[in-house]
Structure formats: structure tokens, C-alpha cells
Design a protein around this ligand. Structure first.
Ligand SMILES: [Zn+2]
Length: 55
């Protein structure tokens, strides 16, 4: 059984979503599309975080 990359729960593979990030070759497993969305949002936020951006 794969483990959800977001909530760390084990789930049955046919119920979840697998995402391959082709640019880095990473594979993410999610138990639901909800977890996938949340995880992707989190990743994007991290990318956009810019500590030097202050007026
Ligand atoms: Zn999950």
C-alpha cells in the first residue's frame, strides 16, 4: 500500500492519485484529490516565499 505524501496515511492504490513531477523525477502519492491539491498548494507557497521581499 502506498503512503499519502500529504497526510502520511496508507491507502489503497486504486483509490488514490499518483503524480509524477517530470522536471525533478519525483513521484508523489496521494490518497485523494483533496490531499493532492493541498500538497500542491503548499509546494507552490514554498516556492513563492521570498524572505528578502520587504519594503
Ligand atoms: Zn492524504
Amino acid at each position: 500500500m502506498p503512503k499519502c505524501s500529504y497526510c502520511k496515511k496508507n491507502y489503497e492504490i486504486h483509490k488514490g492519485v499518483s503524480v509524477v513531477e517530470s522536471s525533478k523525477g519525483n513521484v508523489y502519492y496521494y490518497c485523494s484529490s483533496k490531499c493532492r491539491k493541498n500538497a500542491e498548494m503548499k509546494r507552490k507557497k514554498k516556492k513563492w516565499t521570498n524572505p528578502g521581499k520587504e519594503k
